[in-house]
Design a protein around this ligand. Sequence first.
Ligand code: NDP
Length: 286
Amino acid sequence: MIIDGKEISANIKEKLKDEVVKIKETYSRVPKLAVILIGDNQASQTYVRNKERACKYIGIDSLMYKHDSSFSEDELLLEIEKLNCDDSVDGILIQLPLPDHIDEQRVIEAIDPDKDVDGFHPINISKLFLGKHSLVPCTPKGMMVLLEEINYNLDGKEVVVVGRSNIVGKPVSLLCLHHNATVTIAHSKTKNLKEVCKRADVLIAAVGKAKYFNHEYVKDGAVVLDVGINRDENNRLCGDVDFEDVKDIVQGITPVPGGIGPMTITMLMKNTIEAFYLRNGGKNGI
Ligand code: NDP
């Protein structure tokens, strides 16, 4: 089974669109997301454009703040402070990576945790750790929704997450743990990676290495979630998993492109609506 993130994400977007209509009827305004982009990183510009497009489609207001790479940390902190205080703004997203002269962690910590739609603020990370999560990082959240959509029950399953970044590997491991999986987090220093991965009922590949995981890493009948976004030898987009090599032995696999990627943006939209409800005390209908 190919787990079609594009289609699943399109269905969720329709529900989010309806939710925004309801919000507008009840609160006489729609949720608003502020996005800050600094510098001219091509990939970041594309991501921001896609986020803007998704907002427009769902009916969320988007405010774009684009600055050249000389924008200072102090100027950025001031801008965040203004957005924190602006009651009409429900979500704040700082497009990462930031230029070297800006302290990323300091900036993340400056965002009001209730507006932190990326879920990177230490308060939101702590809530995730405690299982009391509200705003959860978008890519891990998207993976959990995909598993739900295919009715995959993680109870007692062996999950191996390869990659331990703060934005993907660690949060998705916690989410799987909260769903009663037995979780192993592997990384570049893990010994016998093939054997470790081969144990997995669910293999989550998040290393950023083109087609790194072939059938030698994948158990027959496993579910494979491929987070990687890489270019192959022909400069085509590909994941961390060698899709062609494993597709016939797995129970399900997310393709790249069209798997985890579309879910990430959709979860950002969902988080923006959740942030709206968090701040307006309304009942979250999504
Ligand atoms: P990072 O570079 O922050 O982390 C990579 C992780 O992989 C590290 O923990 C590293 O280990 C581990 N690793 C690297 N090489 C190996 C190896 N040979 N064997 C085992 N572990 C290894 O990456 P991110 O988590 O930010 O992203 C991972 C991939 O996911 C990238 O391709 C990125 O583009 C993609 N991505 C996709 C998203 C989407 O929406 N689809 C969203 C976010 C990321 P160590 O810690 O020891 O260095």
